[in-house]
Write a protein that binds this ligand. Structure first.
Ligand SMILES: NC(=O)c1ccc[n+]([C@@H]2O[C@H](COP(=O)([O-])OP(=O)(O)OC[C@H]3O[C@@H](n4cnc5c(N)ncnc54)[C@H](OP(=O)(O)O)[C@@H]3O)[C@@H](O)[C@H]2O)c1
Length: 339
């Protein structure tokens, strides 16, 4: 191993709370970092590296990836593998690395879906991309109704039993199917560690469809993605769409959703945040973490400044009942999102 380039901050564990994932033994940082967008080779390696290392220096131990992230697919994992090899290799045991498989990444019938073949072939490829012998969490990225659930769960169990993953997770599963997965995994001796749904002030499904209650009953943790609704729950789109913002450059956030209705609701939430002395982003992050079932808020960032700002979200007084009611009034489910 060559000399690592980066010396991590000595005080890195003094910034964030760590929260237990369900009834497992694993703690995750209140904020985890995802490499979904702007972490492929189209973006500067140095800038991407700076963000990841800054996150680690702030106590973010958990980095979330997927075979699909880039673009192109596998781009973000190959990038992370390089940072791991050059900078973080001595700290592998301090990192919780996750990957996912099952969403389409190519034309082959084995590059999509949640069959045993697709999931385990992808995992092997991801381990090569990341340059690690194991990931900490391996997810079925989305439900695949054309594959028997037993086959999908069997692949997750094999991944753990083969030592290629320490824990199993699922993402985007509705509660009924998530409950079935939890039962099957428990019977196999590999309890479900995490569910990864989308949850934010503008996407209330996990609290409406019973997923959060299911998590508490079954004992799995919930790590929620896009808690800032990809940036809609920040002040950046209140006036215009700034140069380089995700809504200008991403296939996943269309500028069409930034309309008058969105702006009116976001402005009202921004005002409430201002009255509390915080920003809309900080309010939105504090809001998802108010639920004890939520282990971690899985955020993205395109600069170290966004990370510094967002991680201060828990420095503010807890939200009162009155404030939560105001958030319900203006944080209308579905705002700005294609549900
Ligand atoms: N399981 C799944 O199916 C699934 C799906 C989606 C995401 N995920 C995971 O969740 C992670 C996070 O998703 P996400 O990136 O959508 O989360 P997010 O935290 O809702 O959005 C992050 C984006 O918001 C903008 N932003 C952040 N802080 C800001 C601030 N203080 N002021 C202004 N703008 C700010 C940045 O975009 P700009 O580029 O505009 O600066 C940033 O990249 C992903 O990386 C991935 O790991 C999982």
């Amino acid at each position: 191993m060559s000399t690592p380039l980066h010396t991590p901050a000595a005080d890195r564990y003094e910034h964030l709370p760590y929260r237990r994932a369900g009834r497992s033994g694993l703690d995750l940082p209140a904020f985890s970092f995802g490499l979904w967008q702007k972490f492929g080779p189209d973006h500067s390696y140095e800038k991407r590296r700076e963000i990841v290392l800054h996150a680690f220096d702030l106590g973010i131990t958990h980095f979330d990836n997927a075979d699909r992230y880039g673009p192109p697919p596998r781009g973000a994992q190959k990038f992370f593998g390089r940072v791991l090899a050059r900078d973080l290799a001595p700290h592998r045991d301090e990192l919780i690395l996750s990957t996912k498989a099952g969403n389409p990444i190519g034309a082959s019938p084995y590059q999509k879906g949640a069959s045993r073949k697709s999931l385990l072939a992808s995992l092997d490829h991801s381990l090569r991309d990341l340059g690690t012998d194991y990931v900490d969490v391996f997810y079925s990225h989305s439900p695949d109704l054309s594959t028997p659930l037993e086959e999908t769960v069997g692949a997750l169990v094999s991944a753990v039993q083969q030592g290629k993953a320490l824990y199993a997770g699922i993402s985007n599963y509705l509660p009924d199917r998530a409950g079935e997965v939890a039962t099957l995994l428990r019977e196999a001796g590999v309890p479900l560690l995490l569910h990864q749904p989308r949850y934010s002030i503008f996407d209330r499904r996990p609290e409406r469809n019973g997923l959060l209650e299911l998590a508490a009953e079954e004992g799995f943790g919930v790590i929620v993605y896009s808690p800032l609704a990809q940036g809609l729950l920040t002040d950046k789109y209140l006036a215009d769409i700034p140069e380089g913002a995700r809504a200008q450059a991403s296939a996943f956030l269309s500028p069409d959703v930034i309309d008058a209705t969105y702006r009116e609701r976001a402005a009202a939430l921004n005002k409430l945040a201002g009255e509390r002395g915080q920003s809309l982003a900080q309010l939105a992050l504090q809001w998802v973490l108010r639920r004890p079932e939520v282990t971690s808020a899985l955020i993205g960032a395109s600069s170290t400044g966004q990370l510094d700002h967002n991680l201060r979200a828990l420095d503010f007084a807890p939200l009162t009942g009155e404030e939560l009611a105001l958030i319900d009034e203006h944080g209308v489910h579905g705002t700005g999102l294609k549900l």
